[in-house]
Design a protein around this ligand. Structure first.
Ligand code: NDP
Length: 267
C-alpha cells in the first residue's frame, strides 16, 4: 500500500455486512483516486472522533448505532444535519472533524425517478425517518409521519410535521408512501396494519421502501394496489455518491455513479 494513500472507513457495530467499501472503492478506482475505504468496527460511539483522527482517516461514513454520537462529537456540523441531529459522513478538514448527513439528500435523489411528489406518508419515526421527513419538508413537500408507538413523535411535532401513532391516525390522500421502519428487513411484517395501509396504497401512486435488495411485504402490497414501487438501493447509492464527492472533493459523473452501483451489487 502506498504511504500516501488516502484512508476512508465506515464505522458501525456491526459493520461486517456493510456494502459501502465495495461501493466506495469502485468509485475511487473509477477516478484513479489514490485511496482505500475499509470497514471499522467501533464499540463505543463516544470515541468516534478520537478514533477517526487517530486512524488518520480523510473521511468516513457512520452507520447504526453511531449516527447520533457522531453528530454530538463533531467539531462542526453542516447543512440539514444540524436539524436532523444525526450524521453519516465525517470529513477531516485540516484536523477538524466536519460532519454531514447525506442520507437526507440521498433519499430526495432516489425518489426523483417518481416525478412530482406533493404529499408523503412516512411510516416509522426512527433515525432514517428524521432525515427523510426534514429533507421532504426542506423541499416544500408535505409529509405526515405514522409510527407504531408515540414515543418518538415529539421530534417531528417540534418541527411542525404532522405525526401520528397508529391509535390516533387521521388519513388523507397521499401520492407517495415510504416505509422507513425496519419491518420487512429481517422479517415478513407489514410496517402497519393492513386495514390502515391498503386503502392508502389504493389511492397512492408510488411506494418506496428504505430496505433494499428485496421485495418486502410492504412493496408487494403496494404493487398489488397498482403503485409504482422502488426499494432502498438508490437511497444507499446516492448517500454514498454524495459522501464520495465530499471525500474526494470532486463532482461525480455518471460513470462514477454506474461504477458505484456495480460495486454495490458486487458485479
Ligand atoms: P430505527 O431503529 O431508528 O427505527 C426503526 C423504526 O421502525 C421505529 O419507528 C420503529 O417503531 C419501527 N418499527 C420497527 N419494527 C417495526 C414493526 N415490526 N412494525 C412497525 N414499525 C416497526 O431504524 P432506522 O431509522 O435506522 O432504519 C430504518 C430502516 O431503514 C431499516 O430497515 C434500515 O435498514 C433502513 N435504512 C436504509 C437506508 C438506505 O440507504 N437504503 C439508510 C438507512 C436505513 P417504534 O418507534 O414503535 O419502535
Amino acid at each position: 500500500m502506498s504511504e500516501n494513500k488516502n484512508l476512508f472507513a465506515i464505522f458501525g457495530n456491526p459493520v461486517e455486512h456493510s456494502k459501502s467499501p465495495q461501493m466506495q472503492n469502485a468509485g475511487l478506482k473509477e477516478i484513479n483516486f489514490n485511496g482505500l475505504y475499509q470497514k471499522h468496527h467501533l464499540e463505543d460511539g463516544n470515541k468516534i472522533k478520537e478514533v477517526f483522527l487517530q486512524s488518520n482517516y480523510k473521511g468516513a461514513n457512520i452507520t447504526v448505532p453511531h449516527k447520533e454520537f457522531a453528530y454530538r462529537n463533531a467539531d462542526e456540523v453542516r447543512g440539514i444535519a444540524q436539524k436532523i441531529e444525526a450524521v453519516n459522513t465525517y470529513i477531516n478538514e485540516n484536523g477538524k472533524v466536519i460532519a454531514y448527513n447525506t442520507d437526507a439528500p440521498g433519499f430526495i435523489k432516489a425518489i426523483e425517478s417518481f416525478g412530482t411528489v406533493k404529499n408523503v406518508l412516512l411510516l416509522g419515526a426512527g433515525g432514517t425517518a428524521k432525515a427523510i421527513a426534514l429533507a421532504l419538508q426542506e423541499k416544500g413537500i408535505k409529509v405526515t409521519v405514522l409510527n407504531r408507538s408515540e414515543g418518538k413523535l415529539d421530534f417531528f411535532k417540534k418541527e411542525n410535521i404532522l405525526a401520528y401513532s397508529w391509535d390516533d391516525f387521521q388519513a388523507e390522500d397521499y401520492d407517495l408512501v415510504v416505509n422507513s421502519t425496519s419491518a420487512g428487513l429481517k422479517d415478513e411484517y407489514l410496517p402497519c396494519d393492513r386495514e390502515i395501509l391498503e386503502p392508502i396504497l389504493k389511492k397512492a401512486s408510488y411506494a418506496f421502501d428504505c430496505v433494499y435488495g428485496k421485495i418486502t411485504p410492504f412493496l408487494a402490497l403496494a404493487r398489488e394496489n397498482n403503485c409504482e414501487i422502488k426499494d432502498g438501493e438508490d437511497m444507499l447509492l446516492f448517500q454514498g455518491l454524495l459522501a464520495f464527492e465530499l471525500f474526494t472533493n470532486t463532482k461525480a459523473d455518471n460513470s462514477v455513479l454506474e461504477a458505484m452501483r456495480k460495486g454495490l451489487r458486487g458485479e
